[in-house]
Design a protein around this ligand. Structure first.
Ligand SMILES: Cc1ncc(COP(=O)(O)O)c(C=O)c1O
Ligand SMILES: N[C@@H](CCCC[NH3+])C(=O)O
Length: 445
């Protein structure tokens, strides 16, 4: 091959490389035009486990955990299990030295089933049920983040010396989708700092002999990209620590700043500035504490999405390609039951043909699901080779967070299996649901 021939062919290969920021870092192009993740070809996974299938790269999860621990060495990292929870995931984060945030008796049961130490578990929830609280007390969870006065009274009646944090709404806009902006005033999460509700909640906790107040918590939202928003929340929270000391003569040892760190879903989107966060938030807390003569509290962060999103890839099979009047619809064998995020937040995804190469130029298509809703769209206006056809395999990256955990049985479609890949070996973590599973709860005729 001459140099003149080589350059375009090299360029074509580079064009076909998956964008590094949204695929697991183990992703490789195979000689047949397929992609391999964790050392396993995606077509092989689809052949063995069927489609749709959620693939999770264990090494990526572990690398993400390590990156957090390195960037924030003196900060407790508590994984927010709502993003993706299976027993294997619990084991991975336990081995990586993380703590765990759960928000229901169900999530707690998964954690305990995997042998996660109860003292490293933090229970959350704006409306914890009596069963949630009882299960947490029975397990001996390390901390409960209280989120209503009713809960303070209920927990107080159940607990003895239970460490608690008060969830505070700091009035900070995380500049994210309204459905996941939890730091702003007038909403269901937390006690408002500005209105005095948070200070009142602290008084209620201190009046309960069964509860031991150890700190404050805030979580300003999810997919938050601006470090300045976290910094502002941290400053306000230190202000409240100071007021608690002034009113009660107590120095609270813990400050939990929640999670919500942004991840890119599309090539070219910015990743979270973890090092900027580490410097600026720690700096803001230290500065605010110093000038008030407060000892710096032990910090906790609770990332969910940023630990798992990029570790996940969903595989689908194309069922049909249909030409509309202006769009081409590529319909796959999954959809909003395995990925609710486009419908819930208008989330955008990249899609890629895998399992075979194609020399046909890309054309824009709309990838849709199989469900009985026109809004069941996986990705609008994405490029796929013009010869995409029924039977092809598609892969959607960045599906590790809030996919498996948000999945439903809409249209009585079974939820997909979850398969971990690691060093060339696939391992089934969660089997796919069958018609029998779907009928198992329908016990009345
Ligand atoms: C209290 C709490 N902590 C942590 C998280 C994790 O958020 P993310 O997955 O965006 O990091 C959430 C969800 O938004 C949450 O509600
Ligand atoms: N379910 C949301 C995030 C919720 C965060 C949890 N409070 C998402 O998929 O983006």
């Amino acid at each position: 091959m001459t140099l003149a021939e080589l350059i375009p062919s090299l360029r074509a290969s580079i064009d076909r490389l998956p964008a590094a920021e949204i695929w697991p870092s183990s992703t490789r192009l195979t000689p047949t035009g397929d992609l391999a993740v964790g050392g396993v070809a995606l077509a092989e996974l689809a052949g063995r486990f069927g489609t749709p299938t959620y693939v999770v790269d264990e090494a990526q999860v572990r690398a993400n955990c390590r990156a957090y621990r390195r960037a924030l060495p003196d900060v407790e990292i508590a994984y927010a299990g709502k993003a993706f929870l299976t027993r294997a995931m619990v084991t991975w984060i336990a081995e990586e030295g993380l703590s765990l945030d759960v928000c229901s008796a169900g999530e707690l049961a998964v954690a305990l089933a995997a042998g996660f130490p109860a003292e490293r578990i933090i229970l959350h929830g704006n409306a914890k049920s009596a069963d949630d609280l009882k299960a947490a007390m029975q397990a001996g969870v390390g901390r409960v983040v209280v989120d209503s006065l009713d809960e303070v009274a209920q927990l107080g009646a159940l607990a003895t010396a239970q460490p608690v944090l008060v969830r505070v709404t700091p009035g900070v806009d995380g500049h994210t989708h309204a459905a996941i902006a939890t730091g702003v005033e007038d909403q269901k999460f937390g006690f408002s700092l500005a209105s005095g509700a948070a200070a009142e909640a602290v008084r209620h906790v201190l009046a309960e002999p069964g509860l031991r107040l150890v700190g404050l918590h805030c979580h300003i939202g999810s997919q938050v990209g601006r470090v300045a928003d976290f910094e502002l929340a941290a400053r306000r929270m230190v202000g409240l620590l100071d007021s608690v000391r002034a009113e009660h003569g107590m120095t609270l040892p813990q400050l939990n700043l929640g999670g919500g760190h942004v991840v890119p879903y599309l090539a070219g989107e910015a990743d979270f500035d973890l090092h900027g966060f580490a410097d600026r938030v720690r700096g803001a807390v230290n500065y605010e504490c110093d000038r008030r003569g407060l000892p710096a509290p032990k910090l906790t962060v609770e990332p969910g999405r940023s630990l798992v999103a990029r570790a996940g890839v969903t595989l689908y099979r194309v069922v049909t390609v249909k030409r509309g009047t202006s769009r081409t619809f590529v319909a796959v064998d999954g959809g909003m039951s395995d990925n609710a995020r486009p419908a819930l937040y208008g989330a955008k995804y990249a899609v890629r043909l895998v399992g075979r190469g194609s020399r046909v130029p890309d054309a824009p298509v709309t990838v849709v699901g199989r469900h009985c809703e026109a809004g069941d769209v996986i990705a609008e206006n994405v490029p796929l080779p013009g010869d995409v056809h029924a039977g092809d395999l598609l892969a959607v990256p960045c599906t590790g967070a809030y996919h498996h955990s948000l999945a439903s049985n809409y249209n009585m479609v079974g939820r997909p299996p979850v398969v971990a890949v690691h060093e060339g070996t696939p391992r089934l973590l969660v089997r796919g649901e069958t018609a029998q599973d779907l009928l198992a709860r329908d016990i009345g005729l």
